[in-house]
Ligand binder design. Structure first.
Ligand code: NIG
Ligand code: FE
Length: 417
């Protein structure tokens, strides 16, 4: 089957960065085409060019193609969400109300709420309940122009429920049009039953859970929450290195609440990404830029925790490959709106609309090792493409808090319109 996306005001291709992420001034080079159409064969992009040029190369294909009319609209690669806690049960609006009264996120967690509250709800949920609640969020992501989602475990904190969360994500990947990539995050918090006995929990993560995750092929990535009062840099290093020894690529929640040398650790172990980075040190920025560790910034989390966002401008200028994500989770960022994240990145982190769009497409794909397949509109790539109902890509950012998604194509099929 051939499909032909025709007449767009702008096609933003993000071409030329499938091998290495965009850094520095390259993050602004998004390739805005004002005269390009896009031809798809099944799940693959086979032409990106003017109508005249494509007609010469593909006359029969275009004659038989189903037309997707994008007249007056903007076409971009499908958004990639490289940091979400998609699979969980319950919600925490009660704690949100407490935070609005001045209670802090970490104080709520240390008093047994926060991640622990969601862990209780997730442990109590059946596979079917977790599946249904998470599928609803996955649909909402799709409706917001997202075509690939990373999903972390980390609300089981025991093997049975960590495994259940990962299996729910695999079932959704099979059943739902969107693609999911899988991250094990057994070291998301020290569960209540190991309070005061943290190293014994790290032993279980390293000696039992990680080997099982690898043996069963349940995850590609291994993540840890490195933060004072959660896991120390030494514990985080152990978790990440054991993961790497089992073939799991390292990710890290780093320097979110306090500077804690998480970015330095990410560079030292060769992590694929370090995420959050609100309180990253200058040495951490240099180390990440040198080792090309993708910095996944989550301005929705800073917004929702009512704190200063990461310094995205400084990291882009220093040569850190920057990506963006929602961090979709029930505590610090309960949203699926990549569009809102684009606006927050520009308004609160000093990024430009072009840089922000790079950060939710090709650089986000690099953060989850998917950039040879998705993240740009180029011949040979999978046809994950979104039509936005706006005439200029900058309106994605400018008309903030709105959903501009018009048509979502996943692997060449229209999955939402
Ligand atoms: O990425 N920082 C730690 N983990 C999540 C929040 C989890 C939660 O509050 O439930 C985050 O912000
Ligand atoms: Fe997170």
């Amino acid at each position: 089957t051939y499909r032909y996306i025709k007449g767009a005001n702008q096609v933003i291709t993000m071409a030329g960065a499938s091998d290495t992420p965009k850094v520095g001034t390259d993050m602004s080079e998004i390739d805005v085409r004002t005269d390009a159409n896009v031809l798809l064969r099944d799940d693959e992009i086979i032409g990106v060019d003017t109508h005249e040029a494509l007609l010469v190369a593909f006359p029969e294909e275009i004659a038989s193609a189903e037309v997707i009319d994008a007249t007056g609209k903007v076409v971009t690669p499908g958004f990639v969400e490289p940091h979400t806690h998609l699979v969980y049960a319950g919600s925490r609006e009660q704690e949100f109300a407490m935070r609005l009264q001045g209670e802090s996120y970490m104080a709520i967690m240390n008093a047994g709420g926060g991640i622990h509250a969601t862990t209780r709800a997730t442990r109590a949920a059946s596979f079917e309940e977790l599946y249904t609640q998470s599928k609803r969020r996955l649909n909402q992501f799709m409706q917001h122009g997202v075509t690939t989602v990373e999903a972390k475990s980390g609300y089981g904190l025991d093997w049975e429920v960590e495994k259940r969360q990962l299996e729910v994500a695999h079932a959704l990947d099979r059943d739902h049009p969107l693609d999911i990539v899988h991250t094990f995050m057994g070291a998301h918090a020290v569960p209540a039953e190991y309070k005061g006995n943290e190293d014994a929990f790290v032993d279980i993560v390293c000696e039992k859970m990680i080997p099982e995750v690898a043996r069963l092929g349940l995850a590609t990535f291994n993540d840890v929450f490195c933060e004072r009062g959660v896991f120390t840099p030494a514990q985080a290093e152990r978790v990440l290195k054991v993961g790497q020894a089992h073939g799991l690529k390292a990710k890290i929640h780093a320097d979110e609440i306090e500077p804690y040398e998480g970015a330095e650790l990410a560079a030292q172990v060769g992590a694929i990404s370090a995420d959050h980075l609100l309180r990253i040190s200058d040495a951490g920025i240099q180390a990440m830029a040198e080792k090309k560790v993708v910095g996944v910034l989550l301005p929705g989390t800073a917004f929702f925790l009512m704190t200063d966002a990461a310094d995205g401008r400084k990291m882009v200028d220093a040569g850190v490959p920057v990506a963006l994500s929602t961090d979709c989770n029930p505590g610090s960022s309960p949203t699926v709106s990549t569009g809102l994240i684009l606006s927050l990145a520009c308004l609160n982190m000093g990024m430009t609309p072009a840089e922000a769009l790079t950060a939710v497409t090709i650089n986000a794909a690099h953060a989850i090792d998917q950039a040879t397949r998705v993240g740009s509109i180029e011949v040979g790539k999978q046809a994950d493409i979104v039509v936005h109902d706006i005439p200029d890509y900058r309106q994605l950012v400018y008309h903030y808090g709105m959903n501009h998604t018009d048509t979502v194509m996943k692997a060449g099929k229209v999955v939402y319109q």
